[in-house]
Write a protein that binds this ligand. Structure first.
Ligand SMILES: Cc1cc2nc3c(=O)[nH]c(=O)nc-3n(C[C@H](O)[C@H](O)[C@H](O)COP(=O)(O)O)c2cc1C
Length: 230
């Protein structure tokens, strides 16, 4: 079973990127033959102040960000659906990456993301679908140690792109999403198959010990709401 953490780069109510994240989670659930679960979280439930090293020194990493770190650790891969802001990564994601890349005392920065496959998707009410953010997000993800899978999905004219059940209305776009999910799950599976059996069976990889005790694969042990799909 592959466990994928799915979130949008927007906290806005009715955000198009949240709809895109939902359609991705549905695609993960439908996927065959690789069995997979999607944990769909809303970053609006994981509020955090703007990263500031003084704040970190005084108060440490906020609980909300510790909870995300625990979920990243306990999932096999990530799928990020994002808007673009001025062609760039929205501040919500930059802030999330800043806080969650902060190491525990014994860790190098960004360890939590090391070797995690990630699939990237973007949406916009505009004609270009947020395509300019993809290479920037890919760079940021690589810098954190994630392994971005080839390709991406972009959804232009997002106001009219989603059906009431959360799926993508356009058949070609839905196929693109399924193909992206397939590449993500295939990579997750390959990585898992290469792990020693004791780690596949649930023991955490070296350096991936969960200090918070919130490493339930569904993310349900964290305080914030996370809906498990699949
Ligand atoms: C500061 C700012 C910058 C934006 N820059 C872009 C942009 O570069 N490209 C684009 O397609 N849309 C841009 N938009 C419009 C967003 O795509 C639109 O607000 C979208 O609904 C935000 O995503 P969400 O629906 O997932 O919250 C921008 C919006 C804001 C507030």
């Amino acid at each position: 079973m592959q466990d994928i953490l799915v979130f949008a780069g927007s906290a806005r109510t009715n955000a198009f990127s949240k709809k895109l994240a939902t359609s991705a989670a549905l695609s993960i659930r439908r996927h065959t033959p690789i069995r997979a679960r999607a944990t769909l979280i809303d970053l609006a439930d994981f509020d955090a102040p703007l990263f500031n090293a003084d704040l970190e020194f005084l108060q440490g990493v906020p609980e909300s960000m510790q909870a995300i770190k625990a979920m990243v650790r306990s999932h096999d891969g990530l799928l990020i659906a994002t808007p673009e802001y001025n062609g760039f990564i929205p501040p919500l994601l930059v802030n999330l990456f800043s806080w969650t890349s902060r190491p525990e005392p014994h860790e190098p920065p960004g360890l939590v993301y090391q070797g995690k496959p990630v699939a990237l998707a973007a949406s916009s009410p505009g004609r270009l679908g947020g395509v300019r953010v993809i290479p920037r997000l890919r760079d940021a993800a690589s810098e954190l140690g994630m392994i971005p899978v080839p390709g991406f999905v972009t959804i232009p004219n997002a106001e009219t792109a989603f059906a009431a059940d959360g799926t993508l209305d356009d058949e070609a776009m839905a196929r693109d999403m399924d193909a992206l999910v397939n590449r993500l799950l295939t990579l997750c599976l390959k990585i898992k198959e290469k792990q020693p059996k004791r780690i596949r069976d649930g023991e955490q990889a070296p350096g991936q010990n969960d200090k918070t005790g919130q490493n339930d694969k569904t993310g349900q042990t964290v305080k914030q709401a996370a809906s498990s799909v699949g």
